[in-house]
Write a protein that binds this ligand. Structure first.
Ligand code: IMP
Length: 444
């Protein structure tokens, strides 16, 4: 059975949650491979809403197993609280919610350091989610962090002491209060470790077994390509590999075990936090996109910055992710516009540039070169199939396909499941083992 990575092609918040929720019945398990509770999405399930940050939305489907991979940074308290909220809502996770014992533990000290640093950066703040993600990955890379399995180690207190010895001077230098003593933290950590035991697993062995049994796996990326630590708009990035390539090391599977990738692309662009954003719209149209698209962060509630589609960034995303198909989300948000601009190149220092620059100064200076496409000024929400979309909306989608070099096989025209057009017969059909859900009447 196939395995598929699903990844955000922009700066996150592309609507991966809805797409994962839609296609996950085609898979036996959903596996997250990077990030932590900086991610977030709301899934509308029947008449209920669930806010998820760490646990994949697959948990809402009783037949689906969920795995939090070793490449994640996991705050045990946040995980347990989220699991308990799901249990209180009647979601039974027995035997199907697994957490890699090699995942890095994100502890309250990491969040304290994240907040203190952001406060000290002032105007240059990255605009992190203040959850401690960067410091937790630093501890991991510095080899003084704790993994979840270590919360149960007999020398837990000494390990915490070693971690505290790195974090305390940094907090002091930033003028923040001292972190709690290691002995006090050890008590909490041990309790978290014990509460986690029922979920902890050797992720590599578990997934290896499932693959050998022919189970189908969906690897769910969090954040988005342009927030990737290596390839994104550094330093305005998150601290993990948010591109499709991160799935193998972050889940503990061989790269050859992954059959394909799908990219989620919003019909325009949004970004939360600081950093360059070439097609940002600060005027009326930007405000329209924010209002109509309800562009406010699920994790922090911050208003998202909004702008036109940027195919320079999009082509770069395709170069990195090599997606077999694109799910285009929120097309309906553009319904009322007379004209839609698409950035196809940048002007930097008098030159026309087609490749996404590494140099932040160049990116900050970049002026978008736009192509104007006519709007459709009609509701796409009721469209049941590709042919039902207004001609100008089809042209917009076709233009994006041409620019990015990948077919758009899902078009989302609203938050509800039914508001989705699935184009059968493409890569996604193959990569879901022919089990692409027949949403919307488009498949009738
Ligand atoms: P961090 O991941 O909290 O360190 O934040 C680093 C950058 O990534 C900031 O610009 C955040 O706003 C952004 N970020 C982190 N998680 C998400 C997400 O799930 N969606 C969108 N942006 C995110």
């Amino acid at each position: 059975m196939p395995t598929l990575v699903i990844v955000g092609m922009q700066w996150g918040d592309e609507g991966k949650g809805k797409i994962v929720d839609l296609i996950c019945p085609a898979f036996d398990a959903v596996v997250r491979y990077q990030g932590g509770h900086n991610a977030g999405h709301t899934v509308k399930f029947g008449d209920r809403h669930f806010s998820l940050h760490l646990i994949p939305s697959g948990i809402l489907h009783p037949e689906t197993a969920c795995v939090l991979g070793n490449g994640m940074v996991i705050a045990p308290d946040a995980f347990l609280a989220e699991r308990d909220r799901l249990r209180a809502a009647g979601i039974d996770d027995a035997g199907r919610l697994f957490v890699s014992n090699r995942a890095a533990a994100l502890l309250p000290w990491h969040a304290e350091l994240d907040r203190a640093r952001e406060a000290a950066r002032g105007d240059g703040a990255i605009g992190t989610t203040a959850r401690g993600i960067g410091p937790a990955y630093e501890s991991k890379a510095g080899r003084y962090g704790l993994r979840l399995v270590d919360l149960l180690a007999s020398d837990l207190e000494q390990r915490l002491e070693a971690l505290r010895a790195v974090i305390a001077p940094q907090l002091a230098a930033l003028g923040a209060g001292p972190p709690a003593p290691a002995a006090a933290e050890a008590g909490r950590c041990r309790a978290w470790g014990e509460a986690l035991v029922e979920h902890l697993a050797d992720g590599e062995q578990l997934l290896g077994r499932w693959l050998a049994e022919g189970k189908s796996l969906l690897f769910e990326g969090a954040q988005g390509t342009l927030l990737d630590l290596d390839h994104g708009t550094y330093p305005f990035v998150t601290s993990s590999s948010a591109t499709a390539g991160g799935a193998a090391p972050g889940a503990g599977v061989a790269p050859t075990a992954i059959d394909g990738a799908a990219g989620v692309l919003k019909a325009y662009v949004t970004r939360v936090g600081g950093g360059p954003f070439t097609t940002e719209l600060t005027g009326e149209v930007g405000e329209y996109l924010r209002r109509r698209g309800n562009e406010y962060g699920t994790t922090t509630g911050r208003p998202r910055r909004c702008g036109w589609m940027d195919t320079v960034a999009g082509r770069y995303g395709q170069l990195l992710n090599g997606v077999d198909a694109i799910a285009l989300t929120k097309l309906d948000v553009l319904d009322e516009l007379d004209e839609i601009e698409v950035c196809t190149a940048y002007r930097i220092g008098g030159r026309t540039v087609h490749d996404f620059p590494a140099d932040l100064a160049a990116l900050e200076e970049a002026e978008p070169v736009y192509e104007s496409l006519p709007g459709w000024r009609a509701s796409t929400a009721g469209a049941l199939s590709w042919d039902d979309l207004p001609a100008a909306a089809r042209d917009y989608v076709a233009f994006l396909q041409d620019q990015l070099g990948a077919p758009v096989e899902i078009v989302s025209t609203g938050p509800r499941r039914e508001e989705t057009i699935v184009r059968p017969g493409g890569a996604l059909e193959r990569l879901t083992g022919g089990r692409l859900p027949a949403v919307a009447a488009g498949r009738d």
